[in-house]
Design a protein around this ligand. Sequence first.
Ligand SMILES: Nc1ncnc2c1ncn2[C@@H]1O[C@H](COP(=O)(O)OP(=O)(O)O)[C@@H](O)[C@H]1O
Ligand SMILES: [Mg+2]
Length: 307
Amino acid sequence: MIVGKLQELVLELKVGDVMTADPITLGPGDRMSDLRDLLRAHHFSGLPVVDDKQLVGIVSVEDFIKFLGNGKDDCAVEEEMTGVVQTLYADDSLTHAIGRFESSGLGRFPVVERSGGALVGIVTKGDLIRGMLRRLEAEFHEEEIHRYRASHLFEDVEADATALTLRYDVAGQDFKRAGEASSRLKRTLSHLGIRPDVARRVAIGCYEAEMNLVIFTDGGTIDAQVRPASIVVEVRDEGPGIDDLEKALQPGYSTAADWVRELGFGAGMGLPNIRKMGDEFDIRSTAGKGTVLTVSFDTSEAGDETD
Ligand SMILES: Nc1ncnc2c1ncn2[C@@H]1O[C@H](COP(=O)(O)OP(=O)(O)O)[C@@H](O)[C@H]1O
Ligand SMILES: [Mg+2]
């Protein structure tokens, strides 16, 4: 029998790992207009009703719509809430929770203490999925760090300064091959023993720069200079250049044609993303001449290990 990763996760994760703890609540005497304000402000689908820490009901968007439909005046939440509430415990497994979601058709469960019944959280289907993705991501990251051997590339080199240049040629307008240079660079950095989190930032930055070469130019080059403590990536093209750099750097600004956007590119987040990925960022452009983008990445162990 093959037990998949997700199967393992739903057994291993508890409701307490994925729930929203200390949720916003209403009291039984709060008004339906208070509920409306909370739904509006937070986009919740439902809120627990709590009296002296004890869960006494749950009131949802559906309850609010029903209330509106009846044309009643503003009233206490307890008149409209569902009073008998199905609950989960923080130490229930996700397998159990998924079963309960399936059999009840409910969209959310309050989470209460086993003894005493005090409310401790609320869990929705979205929380289950987010929780599993978060754990997958964390385990993947751990595994990557474990697999990677501290950079050995420069260990046997005796020199006062060492640099390895990796060059990639990128063809303009070739959407089929767009992204190839960045994935080749990413693979190479990983083979060279570059820290996985740094390699990922380099790859994301390069991918965005490569897309700009493909979309906006007749092609260009990506040069990565790998040194013992840094990687400097230079992306160069010979036109058309950028008229207004300040504008181009703004999130959301794009001159991409409609058909390019239909391919899923041109959200205007490329340059801002590149800037965010690098430790240093510089862009120079002359209209009619071309653009040179330089991004530096610190690869020393002292750099932050967090994500
Ligand atoms: N190498 C380049 N040559 C010419 N124009 C560019 C280049 N890179 C970016 N631009 C201009 O900067 C704008 C913003 O770029 P970016 O943030 O990557 O967003 P997007 O690629 O989604 O349009 C682009 O729409 C384009 O006008
Ligand atoms: Mg772009």
